[in-house]
Design a binder for this molecule. Structure first.
Ligand SMILES: C=CC1=C(C)c2cc3[nH]c(cc4nc(cc5[nH]c(cc1n2)c(C)c5CCC(=O)O)C(CCC(=O)O)=C4C)c(C)c3C=C
Ligand SMILES: [Fe+2]
Ligand SMILES: [Fe+2]
Length: 325
């Protein structure tokens, strides 16, 4: 049978509105997923519905309001831009590109149906999580599988499990830093801040933290940075257990207390800018650094739909084509 290939970009999901109600709906779905929170089910559901979903949505809605774009959530805005740019880049090969979220809209089922309508019978699924974790990539896989449960004809599927050490990805990250430095000058240190996960997961075989360290080392090597000029750290700790260290906020506080001059921060686990970069890194962590005594703080944007990133994503998809056709 002849193969008609389509691409499915997958990201996490995001609230539809920056309101308490909408954030509650998003957090309820996301945090109920046993892939994301794997503590005993009954205890967790009591904590989630009894405490977290009563308090957190209002607080987090305010944070979303501080970064919301005219056309919606930043994560959705940049994900749409990526979809559009990649679909233009692959148009001459007749490869359509759709976008789906693990949680919420656009759903895997909607995106899959749209690809099917365009005659696609083989999907290259590209989760936009450069490093593989059960909590992000694994959850995306489950969501895709669930969406296919009622499907009478399951298409061919190529699953891109991660791209943490892909030379094109490392080049795109390094180029985004050098381009930023060329325009705005450079800091004394580069902090590479990755979304955190519980420390325990590494022992369970989750490759995420190890892959983050590899990404960071490769970017540092590409930029010619020596030890002491860069560090990999982990942000967004949630709950009481220990997460992978060092923590981004504690690191910045300590660097501020040591009266460091300028620090630059990149976020190589985020394909697009979102709450965790635009609010947590760019606003909250800057405050931590400056209030502790640090001088200057620059956040270098995520790759988003920049030309090098789209070129890289195109190359990544193309690498899989010979095996499919
Ligand atoms: C147990 C909690 C969480 C784990 C594990 C986790 C892993 C994880 N998350 C991302 C990417 C994103 N997370 C985002 C927001 C976010 N993450 C958590 C919790 C965990 N994440 C929460 C509760 C939230 C919502 C905000 C909040 O309440 O603090 C986002 C941003 C979404 C947006 O709309 O902008 C992204 C992206 C990865 C890659 C990952 C594991 C590797
Ligand atoms: Fe998260
Ligand atoms: Fe956060």
């Amino acid at each position: 049978m002849s193969k008609k290939v389509g691409v499915l970009l997958v990201n996490l999901g995001t609230p539809e509105q920056p309101t308490t109600q909408s954030v509650r709906k998003f957090l309820a779905e996301f945090l109920s997923d046993p892939r994301v929170v794997d503590i005993p089910r009954f205890i967790w559901l009591v904590i989630l519905h009894g405490v977290i979903l009563r308090i957190r949505p209002r607080k987090v809605a305010k944070l979303y309001q501080s970064i919301w774009f005219e056309d919606g959530s930043p994560l959705m805005h940049y994900s749409r831009q990526q979809q559009k740019a990649l679909s233009e880049a692959l148009a001459d090969q007749n490869i359509p590109v759709e976008l789906a979220m693990t949680y919420g809209k656009p759903s895997m089922a909607d995106a899959g149906q749209s690809l099917a309508k365009q005659g696609v019978n083989h999907i290259v699924v590209l989760p936009l999580f450069p490093q593989n974790s059960k909590t992000s990539t694994g959850a995306a896989f489950d969501s895709l599988a669930r969406s296919l449960k009622q499907c009478p004809h399951v298409p061919g599927i190529t699953w891109v499990s991660d791209y943490h050490d892909h030379p094109g990805f490392i080049d795109a990250l390094a180029a985004s830093v050098t381009e930023y430095w060329a325009e705005f000058g450079r800091g004394e240190r580069l902090l590479m801040s990755f979304h955190g996960v519980p420390e325990r997961l590494e022992g369970l075989g989750d490759p995420y933290a190890r892959q983050c360290r590899i990404t960071a080392q490769m970017v540092a090597d590409k930029l010619g940075l020596k030890e002491g000029e860069w560090l990999a750290a982990f942000q967004s700790r949630f709950g009481r257990e220990e997460w992978v260290k060092p923590y981004t906020d504690a690191t910045l506080e300590s660097w501020g207390q040591q009266k460091f001059g300028r620090v630059d921060v990149i976020a190589p686990s985020f394909s697009v800018d979102c709450l965790e970069t635009l609010e947590e890194i760019q606003i909250q962590n800057k405050e931590i650094y400056v209030e502790a005594g640090g001088q200057e703080y620059h956040y270098i944007p995520a790759l988003n739909a920049n030309a090098k990133n789209i070129e890289f994503l195109k190359t990544l998809v193309e690498q899989y084509l010979p095996d499919i056709r």
